[in-house]
Design a protein around this ligand. Structure first.
Ligand code: PEP
Ligand code: MG
Length: 866
């Protein structure tokens, strides 16, 4: 019956050559009407698809972006012609149809056309209660959105629909000095005008821009015949979907409410029915099995034909199902992965499409614990979200306390003004780290990401009082050591107490998606890994090798720190040689483990980089302990430490400059690498180590270091009577190294761009201090983004391009990559791919994000080309 009505109406519309159909801005939705998401919005386009599938969709007219824009400017379309598309007694609703449903839009207005006369008729046909409820709903919506009356006016109206209606109409008249409009033309015009203007308002514009909408994003509107959902027989409304929005697993979910309209069922609590049979209460499946079966079939057909998991908005009218709308199912990141993978497994979309449908940024949520989306957040401060994931624990102010807490198996949050290499052990012991200072590439941030440890840096609105062991929030609340806080390293929020969490999940769907991504990808992804544990994480995430092993981190182990300090304090070459002799087996063991874990995949080991004084104790106690260990007076130790101090250590004696002036350190490291190569190759895949020289800026630096490394290689091969290959490369992280790349390239097998230091030096901006004012700079539009976070493709990027071109020109076979923190950032990967880099290297936990982002770039590129 319904089907026949629909076909008749459709052909009537075509035959009449009706005015709506002839008006380019207002279009009756038929299977062939000229409609597109970018002219009429996603909802209008989706409704057309449902009409094409012969679904029981009420008659609908779509208004284009252009029409709605004109309405906002005061030029109304032919309202009589729109109304003429519907039988005279029809009630209508108007819904927004923005290009992307996520951009939102004004709320729907239902029951347009209700007036005193219709009220009397509906009383006779559906009963007094239903008629009053329909009219009341419309009057309230009209009063608030069109006449712009204060919503509070209607707070006190009677619960009884008839009385409530009378009171509401009276209130309307009293406030506006006019009776409620009775003419459906005037009503529809008023609703269209108010919705069009709401979209153009400043707050709506800012809100949608925050969701990624362009400034000139358009709004379409759809005017649809109302199916009341109230009346005799089984009548009501609801929503249904075939998957669970949190997990993405198949599960019929949604609610249905008898005698209701719109999305009322979702807010109805216990009064609403479950859809499928449910132990918790009555269900639609039991109340109206045929309607339930029809709905499920419609939802399955939508999934199949619209190639997406959809939420169906429906009305049941005397047992008959009407489909009002279909919208993409709301989904958590975890559900997004499973939904995309399942659609591909079912052959509905291709694996490449599944890869394209998951936002790489969202993957981070799967890899770490998160604060549950519905948990209450008591935010005590905000900082820079430096390492994703959430952790709760007791506040501790020192690394020693963090270790003590760990030994009691107590979760703690290490709170420091900023961290230094001495805090590494404390960071390992803590559940999360919070610092007052620092930016996205500061020590705490880099180590936090490497360890997969939630971290917030630059929380400068918090007052840290180390002496009193207190943290004072901007609102004056004081927190002491032992108090429980939570840091959300994904949002940068510091929270009071311990909200509910969602655990990380790397399930079969995730693994399958990653496999498809790897099939599509055309740029390599390696991991920055400093320890066997990091390397294991990198291997678990299928990194194609290690792109940067920062060897200095291996010396922060307490057993090694003392030997390291002895080496630094050695007065003579023989004293230094003795200390290095003790460090050698430790380093050999480190590298052997890395090689074994990576099973023949490339491992790029960077020679020692930081200024030596970073290893020296900063506190009085530390200095006393060192004096004891070295059997020296404290005053000697203090004097030596002071003598090594530099005004600008990051631009001082570090990197290759140490290799040139204290060459024994690099000699020891090269020997450890080569001996580990032979050890690991003996019982595993052959290893070809990569040795990287940091912070180069002059050709001669490379010549000097290369000569010594070649000599060590020759010596180890002679001693062990076994051959091995190795690759020597430079880290390009000074502007001069980019400019003079042509000089370095012929001496090296690879160049890896260290974009942390390169950004620092290109901007002349300290990576450790920029966090203090970066938000001011970004808020005032000085920088579009924090350049330590998102690669500055204009400035730093130009240096990368120059370096790559000049390096390639003098050594066409050279391998190019980046290993700065930008390596895991999807936007930066796009740049690296466009410049033709061979791989990017990033923190182990960002490897999956990088794999997916790189795959999307390759697939997107193919689509553009075809
Ligand atoms: C860099 O400078 O980009 C880099 C990777 O090295 P580090 O962060 O250790 O200075
Ligand atoms: Mg560097």
């Amino acid at each position: 019956m319904l089907q026949r009505q629909k076909t008749e109406r459709r052909s009537a519309a075509t035959e009449r050559g009706n005015p709506v159909q002839n008006n380019p801005n207002t279009t009756l939705i038929t299977p062939t009407a000229p409609l597109a998401a970018n002219t009429h919005g996603g909802r209008a386009k989706c409704l057309q698809r449902l009409v094409r599938l012969d679904m029981p969709v009420p008659r609908t007219v779509a208004l284009s972006f252009e029409a709605v824009h004109r309405i906002a400017e005061g030029e109304l379309p032919d309202i009589a012609a729109i109304l003429g598309e519907f039988p005279p007694e029809t009630l209508l609703c108007v819904r927004p149809s923005s290009e992307d449903p996520d951009w939102g839009g004004p709320g729907a207005v239902l029951n347009i056309g209700m007036n005193d006369a219709r009220h009397r008729e509906v009383c006779a046909s559906l009963g007094a209660a239903a008629a009053a409820a329909l009219y009341l709903r419309f009057v309230q919506a009209y009063a608030i959105h069109v006449a712009r009356l204060d919503p509070d006016l209607f707070d006190e109206v009677s619960e009884d629909p008839a009385e409530g209606l009378a009171e509401t109409l009276q209130a309307y008249e009293a406030e506006t000095d006019e009776p409620f409009p009775q003419d459906p033309k005037e009503q529809l015009a008023g609703v269209l005008r108010s919705m069009a203007r709401a979209w153009e308002g400043t707050s709506a514009r800012l809100l949608r821009q925050a969701k990624g909408a362009p400034t000139d994003a358009g709004l379409g509107l759809v005017v649809q015949e109302m199916i009341p959902g109230l009346g005799q027989g089984e009548c009501g409304s609801g929503v249904l979907q075939l998957v669970n929005s949190a997990t993405g697993q198949p599960q019929v979910t949604g609610r249905y409410l008898s005698q209701s309209q719109g999305r009322d069922a979702l807010g109805a609590g216990a009064a609403a029915l479950y859809l499928a049979r449910d132990a918790r209460g009555p269900s639609l499946e039991e109340a109206a099995p045929e309607a339930f079966a029809a709905l499920k079939a419609h939802a399955a057909l939508m999934r199949q034909k619209l190639r997406a998991e959809m939420q169906v908005e429906f009305v049941i009218e005397s047992g008959h199902v009407h489909i009002l709308d279909g919208v993409r199912v709301a989904r958590s990141s975890r559900a997004a992965v499973r939904i995309a993978v399942q659609l591909a497994r079912d052959g509905i979309i291709t694996p490449q499409e599944a890869v394209m449908r998951v936002d790489p940024h969202a993957l981070t949520e799967l890899l770490h614990r998160q604060v549950a989306p519905d948990a209450r957040r008591d935010v005590l401060a905000r900082g820079i979200a430096a390492s994703p994931g959430a952790a709760s624990g007791r506040i501790v102010f020192t690394s020693a306390e963090a270790q003590a807490a760990a030994s009691r198996r107590e979760a703690c949050i290490l709170v420091r003004r900023e961290t230094s290499p001495e805090d590494i052990r404390g960071m390992h012991a803590a559940a999360g780290v919070l610092t007052e200072r620092g930016g996205i590439t500061s020590h705490a941030a880099v180590i936090g990401r490497g360890l997969g440890l939630p971290c917030i840096v630059g929380a400068s609105t918090l007052k840290f009082n180390k002496g009193k062991k207190t943290l004072t929030a901007p609102d004056g609340r004081v927190f002491r050591d032992g108090d429980i806080i939570t840091i959300d390293g994904s949002s940068g929020q510091v929270l009071v107490g311990q909200p509910d969490m969602l655990e990380a999940t790397l399930d079969d769907a995730f693994q399958e998606l990653m496999g498809w991504a790897d099939d599509a990808r055309d740029i390599g992804i390696r991991a920055n890994a400093d320890s066997p544990a990091d390397a294991q994480t990198a291997a678990n995430f299928d990194a194609q090798g290690i792109g940067l092993c920062r060897t200095e981190h291996m010396f922060f182990d307490p057993g090694r720190m003392t030997v390291m300090r002895e080496m630094i304090f050695a007065q003579s070459p023989s004293g230094r040689a003795a200390a290095l002799e003790r460090l050698l087996p430790m380093q050999r063991e480190d590298f052997t483990q890395l090689f074994r874990i990576m099973q023949g995949k490339p491992v790029c080991i960077r020679l020692f980089d930081p200024p030596l004084h970073e290893f020296l104790p900063a506190t009085r106690t530390g200095q006393r302990e060192l004096a004891e260990a070295l059997d020296l007076p404290v005053s000697d130790v203090v004097r030596r430490i002071e003598a090594m101090e530099e005004y600008n250590p990051m631009l001082g004696l570090r990197g290759v400059r140490l290799g040139v002036t204290v060459p024994e350190i690099y000699d020891m490291q090269a020997r450890a690498i080569f001996e580990a190569t032979l050890a690991a190759s003996k019982d595993g895949a052959p290893v070809v180590p990569e040795i990287m020289i940091p912070l180069v800026s002059a050709r001669r630096e490379v010549e000097l270091v290369k000569a010594r490394i070649d000599a060590v290689a020759a010596a180890v091969q002679a001693e062990q009577k076994r051959r091995f290959d190795f690759r020597l490369g430079v880290m390009v992280e000074t502007p001069r190294a980019c400019l003079r790349a042509a000089e370095f390239a012929p001496m090296t097998s690879f160049m890896s761009f260290g974009t942390n230091d390169l950004t620092q030096m290109t901007y002349g901006l300290s990576r450790d201090d920029a966090g203090r004012f970066m938000s001011d700079y970004v808020n005032q539009g000085v920088f579009p983004e924090d350049p330590f976070h998102v690669l500055d493709t204009d400035g730093v990027g130009e240096l990368l391009k120059l370096g790559a071109e000049r390096g390639r020109a003098s050594n066409p076979g050279i391998t190019l990559s980046i290993c700065g923190e930008h390596g895991g950032n999807p936007e930066s990967i796009a740049f690296c791919r466009s410049v033709g880099f061979d791989y990017v290297s990033c923190s182990p936990f960002r490897v999956p994000v990088a794999r997916l982002a790189a795959a999307q770039l390759a697939i997107g590129h193919k689509i553009c080309d075809s």
